[in-house]
Every structure is written in structure tokens, then in C-alpha cells.
Design a protein around this ligand. Sequence first.
Ligand code: AMP
Ligand code: TRP
Length: 331
Amino acid sequence: MNKIVLSGIKPTGIPTLGNYLGALKNFVKLQKEMEDYDFYIFIADLHAITVFQDPKELKQNIKNLAAIYLACGLTEEKLTLFVQSEVNEHAALGYIMQSISYLGELERMTQFKDKMQKQVQGVTSALFTYPALMAADILLYDAKYVPVGEDQKQHLELTRDLAIRFNNRYGETFTVPEGLISEKGARIMDLQDPSKKMDKSSENGRGCIFLLEPLSSIKKKIKSAVTDSEAIVRYDQENKPGIANLMTIYSIISGLSYSEIESKYHGKGYGDFKKDLADIVADEIGVIQNRFQEIINSKKLEELFDQGREKAKAYASRKLQKVYKKVGLGR
Ligand code: AMP
Ligand code: TRP
């Protein structure tokens, strides 16, 4: 069996604390734990252009994101890092996936429905077929595990359905993947509106922490996060969503459990809690920012991208040939 863990992130804007705690930090942890697995991590630039991206910014974001991945602590050993659009097979298999997915199932995707509602004008057809491309990304490499945040769960389920459908129609071809969704951090919420997930494209930047913003600004955002009037540090997702969100961030970074955090701040107000949280978040992001500066202009990044592309292409092209043959395409 192929021992591959695969995931991707869109190079749209600067990654957020949500991306870090929900995805990046988890990759690093998994890479340490799953020693006998290969990690395929890619920059999903084809997914990014489902919404217009300024070409210059897109190019820069691709590099930045890769440097951030490495700065977060992914090790090069057992890592295949590549750019999605540099491996043409993604788009090609994406088309095959479109031709076995139904309108009805794509229409049910909540991410599409949300974006449709928010965006109203200029919703592209690629935004609609987005999950078919995502299925292709995963199935091309027979990935066994796919670590993602909670918001991608439905897309993963569709990927599994498509793999099974294809296998039933054309004979055993794809590995049916499994999602790896970390319990904590799967959904980091907006600091100003804890009913919404922290998202780089949210209108109110005050609720969103970007990994490359100045540490002083990060601290300020945490200190002004929305809480409640009870003034007791207590984990209650339903009634105290603001504090619960801050406690989740605290817990993931410090390794303390919710009850340990509760005891630590027993008898203290939100001020102390937020100040400490601001410090630990800034310390952790500070380390990432320093490493980022070393990596961003190094030759290393280009080398890894070149190696990654070759390795991904070799696997993907064999797989695609097999698929074409099964489907009966070509002569
Ligand atoms: P995106 O930036 O939408 O390409 O997301 C990249 C990865 O980060 C995916 O695995 C998402 O599930 C995860 N992610 C994005 N936003 C959040 C958030 N607020 N909390 C937790 N995970 C997130
Ligand atoms: N759709 C994912 C997101 O928005 C990014 C992504 C694209 C992805 N292709 C993937 C994640 C394949 C995991 C596997 O976050």
C-alpha cells in the first residue's frame, strides 16, 4: 500500500492563525508521528483562481506560502512540496472527476453555497466544480490520509464517493482516502465575531491574525478580542464562544488542557488571560517569522519546488495514463 499523506492550501493572501492551528501545525505534528509516511504538500494555485487573483500577487503568495510551510517546521526529508499548476495531471484528472460527479452533489456543497450567497456576482463555474479538482488532487497520488480543517470535511466525503464510484464503474483504480481532522483547532473563529470562522478574506481584518503581520499588531488584536461580561475564564462553547475560541488557541499552543487553563486563571480576569495569550501567540509566530525571512530568498525553496514537481509528475502521469486507459480515452 501507498503510504502517502497529502494536503494543499490555496495561495490567496497571507495564511492566518486559523490556517496555522487548523492545518499547518497539524502537518508538522503528523510528519513527526507518522514516520513511515511520505508527505505530499502542495500549493493549490489552480484552486486559488476560482476567485480572481492579481497575477503578481498570486506569484508572490505562492512563494510566501511555501516558505511559511517550511518555517512552520516541516522537514524536507519525506516531503514532496510542489505547485499544483506545475503538474498538469491535476487539471486533466479534475476533468474526469467532473464527468463522474453530478450537479446535485456539487450543489449541496456548503462552501459553494456560502460563497454563492456572499459573492452574488461573478461566481465562476470553476468555483462550482472546485470539489472535483480537489478530488483529483487527492486521488492522483493514492493518498491514504488527508489532514484538513473541518470546513473541508464535505469535500473529502465527496472525494471518497467519487473514488468508489469510479472504482465500481471502471474497476479498482483509486485508493479511497480518509480525512484527518484534528479535534482541537479544526475551526478557529474570528476574534471579533466568534460565530464566523477566522478567514483571510473576511471584511473585518481586526478579527483575523495573519502569520506575517507585525507582532505588536497580533497582540493588539488578541487583547481586543470579543469576549463576554462574565469575566471568568471557563470553557463553554455555547454560551461563551469568544473565550472558548481564545482558550482553544491557548490550549493548542501551550499544550495545556482546558481545565488546566481554567485553574491557572482562577480568580483572575480576562485581562491577564488575554495578555498571556497575546505573548504566547506572538512568541510562536515570531519564531515562524524569523525562519520565514531566512527561507524566502534562499535557493533551497526553488530546489525543493523542482524536486517536488519531478516526483509528483512521475507519480501523477502514470496514474493518469492508467485512468485514461480504463475510461477508454484515446486510441
Ligand atoms: P484555505 O486557506 O481555505 O486554503 O485553507 C487551508 C487549510 O486551512 C484547510 O485545511 C482549512 O480547513 C484550514 N483552515 C482555514 N481556515 C481555518 C480556521 N479558521 N480554523 C481552522 N482551520 C482552518
Ligand atoms: N480546498 C482546500 C481548502 O480550501 C485546499 C485543497 C485543494 C486541498 N486541494 C486539496 C486540501 C487536496 C486537501 C487536499 O482549504
